[in-house]
Every structure is written in structure tokens, then in C-alpha cells.
Design a protein around this ligand. Structure first.
Ligand code: BES
Ligand code: ZN
Ligand code: ZN
Length: 507
């Protein structure tokens, strides 16, 4: 699908379907309708308009003699913010899609500039939300017609006011970066939704290498033999119960100066988490094909930043495994020597994410990173803590955490901080090894996941994003589908864009 900006006046747009975003305010609404009728030289059916009040979540389809007009509610003007614009845009394009409309012209919600939001950010947000809302994972339906799967081919962004023409550079940039980020998020969703009999560590590694060829980064893959040589026993042990070999994927993007320290992104790549010998209940287990959401997010961020040409150096590390029960599987009570030499007592084979991340986080030290950010669907407890509204952030550098919180607010791919206080540390002490992979008492599950990882980090700034709550959904929202959401892609890309802006200014 293509998204473009048309500078021309609205009646000259070659579209027969328009999406307008409307306030919950009778006066403003009737003014807007009059404007639409004047500009499009048409008259709208009055009766259907009486049913629509511009409330959030409301949409209406109104016909004139020449056009289809889709109205999508923004709620009260005083409460307007970027997220309401994203949601209203998303609902509007979904309405068009269900009608099998192929091309839609969307109004740019210029009013937000009155609240200090830049026009580039508005168009980026509308572009992303339209792309995200129109996502579907339908490759396995053999009869797409019966499933009523429709696709929109073109989206045109336009302004009702000609005054926007002078910002056309900013608008184009918003659309361009928005398209890159929206498509990168959708790619992460595709990786997540792919069933685990199709996407296992080797396939994930191949997909990353294919992407590297298309984009400006390099990718190498360590297999079982190299992992054994290196002593990456966390990765090897977790993978032992599976027929699928583990892979350790290394991505390198050199957008910055040679001397710039790299950002290292680490993603949990468990292509299926059965729980292993500490097996999970069967209800809902299918969702655990999405336990590589962190890895998918790292790949998505790479797809985005390499196309955005950020002037930064970035490394991506993905330990990829399948966690299965088997005669050869790792077991509760086992002790593993991780890459950095520390020993881990396996209390629960279902706490596998932290075991593979232990290796990856200590491996990250070799890059002398500017900062390390890991993304992982690590704990069910994070879903209990914040629901599917936010990811959890923890770490050892408050400045880094604050920057992630800001990037989360900017993109609405939000994060909420939990503490890593010393008091929690003894809760993962082991009687037999340096650390246990699950808590002695069943408390603070998400924090203990973070405390465990903290034992394996090197001398660097670090933030851990537990994305278990956001990476997978059991129900659709305005612009997230059911199943894989691609959470983390918008967040970390925005964080890196912000850093890119800063270093650009300092040079
Ligand atoms: N992949 C799961 C976490 C998860 C659960 C993600 C539900 C998304 C939805 C992880 O490997 C796991 O099983 N964690 C355990 C840790 C426990 C055994 C200490 C958990 O959260 O129960
Ligand atoms: Zn698990
Ligand atoms: Zn897991």
C-alpha cells in the first residue's frame, strides 16, 4: 500500500472516498460539514449525520451523489491529543477496508499544531496508525474471498486548508518515516504470527540475513558448534529439548562514525515456549509461538533505522531457541555455566528467556556499548502488573530509562518503570549456584526477571523492556490486531531517532 501527500485542493483529489476526523461538538461539526459540502460541491445525507455525534469510537459512512464520506469521531476538542488522532484515523481506515474501498483520502488533523505538535509528527502518527490498522495476517487462508479479506491500495493525505502547502517538506518527511516505521512494525508482526513449525531459529536467522541484504546492515549467525566453543551454555541448554538447533544472530549497522560507541539491542528469540519440562498448561499455549516478540522487535527496529539512515552504530543480538520437553531437555535442578562464567540453577525450565538472555547480555560487553536495551516477552507477571497497556522498563541508568519513557509517550508504545532495588536480589540466590532462574517466593515476578538479568550485564548502561504484556493480544484494539503487535519497534526506533537528533546537533 502506498501513502502520499497531495498539495492540491480537496476537490481536485482523485478519490471517491474521504475520511474526515470530527469533534464531539455540534457547532464545530456542522461547520465542518458545511466546509466539506462547499469544498466537494456535494450535499450529504442529513439523516445519517444525525446519528453521528463525533464521539470517540464513533464512525459513520455518509453518501453524497459523488463521494463516500467516512466520519470518525475524535471526542471533545479540549481533550484532543495525538493518540486520539491515531485512533480516529485507524477506525476510519478500517471502516473503509470493510467496505472493500481501494483508495481513501485522509484529512491531516492540522488542529493539533495549536497544541504545539509539529505537522511532521502528526503526519507520521497518522501514517503509522493507518498502516498498523490495515494489517492482517492472512497468508494461510487459501480462499481469501470467503474470508472477506480486502486491501486498500492507496492512501492520500490531504489538508482542507491550502495553508498546509508550505509545510509540504515536513509532511512528506512525516509520511516517509511513518511508512518506514509502520511497515517495520508490520514486518515484526509477521515474524511473530508465523507458526513455530514454519519459523524456528534457523528460519528466523535466514530471514534476518535476507533482510540484511536488502538493507544497509550485515548479519552473521552462530550455530551450535560456535556456541559450544564460546561457552554460550545458557542458549545451548535451553535448546537441548528441541529438534531445532539454536542460533545466535548478530546484526551490525554502521550509520555512525567509526569511533561512536554502538547501541546494542538484544531480543529474546524463543520461537516456541512450551515451558519445557516445567510444561505450561495447554490452554493458551499456542500463543507461545509469539515468545520471540523481542527478537521480532529488534529486527523491526533494524529495518526501520537502516532505512531512516540514522547516524548511529547499532548492534542487534538475538539468541534464538525453541523450549521443548524431551528426554534430552534441560531439567529443574540442573546447573548451567553461562557465557560469563556465572552459574545458574534451573529451578523452572519455563523461565528460559532469562537463561538465554544471560549469555546475550554478557556477550554484549565486547562491543563496549553506549547503551544496551533488551526486549523480551519475559514474564506473565508483567501482564498482571500493567495489563496490555504498557511494557515494563527497568535498568541501571535512570537517564536512559527516562528517555525510553519519553519515546514511549511520543509513540504511545508506552513503558512503565519498576524498581530493581537491592532487597530483591537475595530472592534469586541459589543454594547450589550463583543464581536461581526463578524466585524463592512467588512474588515480584517481573522484577525478579530484571534482577536476574542484572546479574549478567557488563559495565554499561542498560535497560530491560519486558514486553510480554504488549507483544501479544487476545483481542484487537484500534490499531493493534489480535496476536502479534510488533510492540517495541516504534518505541526503540523513536528512542534512537531522538538520540540521532541529539548527536546530530552536537556535531
Ligand atoms: N514466555 C513466558 C512469559 C510469558 C507469559 C509471555 C505469558 C507472554 C505471555 C516466560 O518464558 C515464562 O514462562 N515465564 C515464567 C517465569 C516463571 C517460571 C519464573 C512466568 O512468567 O510464569
Ligand atoms: Zn517460559
Ligand atoms: Zn518464554
Amino acid at each position: 500500500m502506498k501513502i502520499t501527500f497531495e498539495k492540491t485542493t480537496i476537490e481536485k483529489l482523485k478519490s471517491d472516498t474521504y475520511l474526515f476526523l470530527c469533534y464531539e461538538d455540534k457547532k464545530l461539526f456542522s461547520e465542518e460539514l458545511r466546509l466539506i459540502e462547499n469544498q466537494l460541491k456535494c450535499s450529504l445525507a442529513k439523516i445519517s449525520l444525525e446519528d453521528f455525534e463525533g464521539k470517540e469510537k464513533q464512525t459513520a459512512l455518509v453518501y453524497s451523489d459523488k463521494y463516500r464520506i467516512i466520519l470518525s469521531g475524535l471526542g471533545k476538542k479540549d481533550n484532543l491529543n495525538l493518540e486520539k488522532v491515531r485512533k480516529a484515523t485507524a477506525r476510519g481506515v478500517k471502516k473503509a477496508k470493510t467496505l472493500n474501498i481501494k483508495s481513501v483520502a485522509i484529512e491531516i488533523l492540522q488542529d493539533l499544531t495549536l497544541k504545539g505538535v509539529e505537522i511532521e509528527d502528526i503526519t507520521r502518527a497518522q501514517t503509522i496508525s493507518a498502516l498498523l490498522a490495515l494489517y492482517s495476517f492472512d497468508k494461510y487462508y487459501t480462499n481469501k474471498k470467503d474470508k472477506e479479506i480486502y486491501k486498500i491500495n492507496d492512501i492520500i493525505l490531504f489538508s482542507q486548508y491550502n495553508s498546509l502547502g508550505k509545510y509540504s517538506g515536513e509532511i512528506q518527511e512525516g509520511i516517509r518515516s511513518g511508512t518506514v516505521i509502520g511497515e517495520a512494525t508490520n514486518m515484526a508482526r509477521d515474524l511473530g504470527n508465523e507458526p513455530s513449525n514454519v519459523l524456528y531459529p534457523e528460519v528466523l536467522a535466514k530471514k534476518v540475513q535476507e533482510l540484511a541484504k536488502l538493507n544497509k546492515f550485515s548479519a552473521s549467525v552462530l550455530g551450535k558448534a560456535q556456541l559450544t566453543k564460546l561457552g554460550m551454555n545458557g542458549v545451548l541448554e535451553v535448546a537441548k529439548g528441541s529438534k531445532r538447533e539454536p542460533k545466535f544472530i548478530i546484526m551490525e549497522y554502521k550509520g555512525g562514525k567509526k569511533t561512536d560507541k554502538p547501541f546494542v539491542l538484544v531480543g529474546k528469540g524463543v520461537t516456541f515456549d512450551s515451558g519445557g519440562i516445567s510444561i505450561k498448561p495447554s490452554a493458551g499455549m499456542a500463543m507461545m509461538k509469539l515468545d520471540m516478540g523481542g527478537a521480532a522487535a529488534v529486527v523491526g527496529v533494524f529495518d526501520a533505522i537502516t532505512q531512516l539512515n540514522l547516524k548511529l552504530n547499532v548492534i542487534g543480538l538475538i539468541p534464538a531457541v525453541e523450549n521443548m520437553p524431551d528426554g534430552g531437555a534441560y531439567k529443574p535442578g540442573d546447573v548451567i555455566k553461562a557465557f560469563n562464567g556465572k552459574t545458574i540453577e534451573v529451578d523452572n525450565t519455563d523461565a528460559e528467556g532469562r537463561v538465554i538472555l544471560a549469555d546475550a547480555l554478557s556477550y554484549a560487553s565486547k562491543y563496549k556499548p553506549e547503551a544496551v536495551i533488551d526486549m523480551a516477552t519475559l514474564t506473565g507477571a508483567s501482564i498482571i502488573a500493567v495489563g496490555s497497556v504498557a511494557s515494563i522498563v527497568m535498568g541501571n541508568d535512570q537517564k536512559l530509562i527516562d528517555e525510553l519513557i519519553i519515546a514511549g509517550d511520543q509513540t504511545y508504545d508506552r513503558v512503565w518503570q519498576l524498581p530493581l532495588w537491592d532487597e530483591y536480589d537475595k530472592m534469586i540466590d541459589s543454594e547450589i549456584a550463583d543464581v536461581r532462574n526463578s524466585g524463592v517466593v512467588k512474588q515480584a515476578g517481573t522484577i525478579l526477571g530484571g534482577m536476574f538479568l542484572k546479574r549478567f550485564i557488563g559495565d554499561y548502561s542498560w535497560a530491560h523492556l519486558d514486553i510480554a504484556a504488549t507483544a501479544m493480544r487476545t483481542a484487537e484494539t484500534d490499531y493493534d490486531p489480535k496476536n502479534a503487535t510488533g510492540s517495541g519497534v516504534r518505541l526503540v526506533t523513536q528512542f534512537l531517532m531522538n538520540r540521532n537528533k541529539k548527536t546530530g546537533k552536537n556535531r
